[in-house]
Write a protein that binds this ligand. Structure first.
Ligand code: HEM
Length: 482
């Protein structure tokens, strides 16, 4: 039985919602699941957003029978230990993935290390740069003068490069780009995070149906690429997981993987390319629709400018602010009572409260960004602090204790211990791909619509547009695909 009353009178503003019994529960479900609206849109037109805005960035509401708080800034409210694991609500999809373990679980450290020692290491990424350029360039060359769906281009390009990079996935025999075109697997390979996001952003438990398809994909991928993974450098994420499980990488061990193990490695593999690809799509779409920024980027990419911070890196961060690849709004659940501070007062939030962060709105906070709704690398420059080194500024923005932009955490918890361990790799990979694209090609595009696509829990442009590439004079035309 729900409670229609305002729970924190005089401390947190309350939005009652359309129903005296269910609050916002039914209306939210109707808007997101039936009408296909992004969660942030519901919060806007329902009035919750302006309620929070007038009350310092936070308000309460009832989501059916459950008490919920709605936040529209990136201020960390609490420590992670008060919250259920990030992927608790859809853990069936993720198997042994670390996101489904409570922050105090001792298994998390080793699991994070497998990803962080490679993708979180600047040295490792620096070592990959020549190979990223080579693979990225070779992939684009045959695509000149063809109309390219930008969404497919981003997905195919990133998954191709990720598949070939030594010490990352090493799926060179049958690449992820090939799986994305394989009728048996393309549904799960391209839709996995979309399904998972429906559970936490759209309150749509049907997302959980996807899980059985992941297991056959993982086994097929590992067996098909057995030879290339078997001889990969030890930083390889798949070998790292076999070591973590105490298994030798053999065909027999692959055949006998438990469901938990298969889903865990499947999640990691898909996380590697799917999230970067969607972020890259936003980067390209914003650059293509912002003539001034595009001109600056072409200049910087063509002259291989060393000006720090580099405008391409700023543009990647700016596109992560406005777009990114994490739902527009999502929740995590408190598992015990905890104290938070709001408007100079302290109050206790009970266990089983849903904490909603509208990151779409928080990333457009007018108190932080001078031109909150506009794609402008200047919005990122204002975040520079006196101690930030110009060359490493974008990296310092990604630190765990920086909360300026939310794209790599579900909620902003203090010191963000779950902040994505793949973020450095992903951001720098995008920068390198954009240097290749704008440094060697004349790029034109049509049909981009940056408003949010309906019936998508992951944020996607309503129309991602069509891109055409023409090799610039003096571009490298004769190399082949790897
Ligand atoms: C633009 C690209 C990416 C975005 C936007 C992104 C976003 C996120 C987000 C929002 C989380 C949830 C953190 C939390 O629970 O609060 C996360 C966690 C995670 N991401 Fe990423 N990610 C990206 C790229 C990657 C890549 C390339 C990998 C490589 C394997 C990766 C692996 C992970 C892992 C393992 C976690 C779980 C961390 C933990 O629970 O401690 N991500 N990511």
């Amino acid at each position: 039985m729900s409670n229609p009353k305002a729970p924190f009178v005089g401390v947190i503003a309350h939005h009652p919602g359309p129903c005296p019994v269910q609050g916002h529960g039914d209306a939210f479900h109707h808007a997101t699941v039936e009408l296909g609206l992004p969660a942030t849109e519901y919060f806007r037109f329902s009035g919750i957003r302006s309620c929070a805005k007038q009350a310092g960035g936070l308000c309460s509401f009832w989501m059916g029978g459950r008490l919920a708080l709605y936040q529209i800034n990136n201020r960390p409210l609490l420590d992670d230990e008060y919250l259920a694991a990030s992927t608790e609500a859809n853990h069936e999809l993720f198997g042994g993935f670390l996101g489904s373990l409570h922050i105090s679980d001792p298994r998390r450290a080793h699991k994070r290390r497998v990803v962080e020692q490679a993708l979180g290491s600047q040295r490792f990424i620096d070592g990959l740069k020549p190979e990223i350029f080579r693979l990225a360039g070779a992939y684009l060359r045959p695509l000149q003068n063809l109309p390219l769906c930008m969404e497919q281009l981003a997905m195919q390009w990133v998954s191709h490069v990720d598949s070939h990079l030594p010490g990352v996935l090493d799926c060179r025999v049958k690449t992820l780009a090939q799986y994305l075109e394989d009728d048996r697997f393309k549904g799960v390979v391209s839709g996995f995070f979309e399904q998972a996001s429906k559970v936490i952003s759209h309150d749509d438990a049907q997302g959980l149906e996807q899980q059985p398809a992941l297991m056959p994909f993982v086994k097929d991928l590992l067996l098909s690429n057995f030879e290339s993974i078997g001889v990969a450098p030890s930083s390889n994420l798949i070998l790292g997981h076999f070591a973590l499980w105490g298994l030798a990488f053999t065909r027999q061990a692959i055949a006998q993987l438990s469901q938990d193990q298969a889903l865990e490695i499947g999640t990691i593999i898909i996380a590697t390319y799917d999230t970067t690809a969607l972020s890259l799509l936003w980067s390209m779409a914003y650059i293509e629709t912002s003539p001034r920024v595009k001109r600056e980027i072409i200049l910087a990419a063509t002259n291989d400018s060393d000006h720090a911070p580099h405008v391409i890196d700023l543009a990647v961060m700016e596109a992560l602010r406005l777009g990114g690849s994490n739902p527009t709004a999502l929740w995590r659940r408190t598992i015990k009572a905890c104290e938070i501070e709001h408007g100079g007062q302290r109050l206790v939030i009970p266990a089983d409260t849903l904490l909603w962060l509208d990151r779409w709105q928080a990333n457009r906070d007018p108190q932080v960004f001078p031109r909150p709704e506009v794609f402008d690398p200047g919005n990122i420059l204002v975040l520079q602090k006196s101690g930030d080194q110009p060359h490493a500024f974008c990296t310092s923005l990604l630190a765990r204790n920086r909360y300026d932009i939310n794209s790599f955490s579900m909620l902003n918890t203090r010191r963000n211990p779950r902040k994505c361990p793949g973020r450095l790799f992903s951001v720098q990979m995008q920068g390198l791909l954009l240097r290749e694209l704008y440094g060697h090609y004349e790029v034109s595009s049509t049909g981009i619509d940056l408003s949010l696509r309906r019936y998508c829990a992951m944020p996607k442009p309503a129309r991602s547009g069509v891109m055409t590439l023409r090799l610039k004079e003096g571009g490298h035309a004769d190399e082949q695909h790897p």
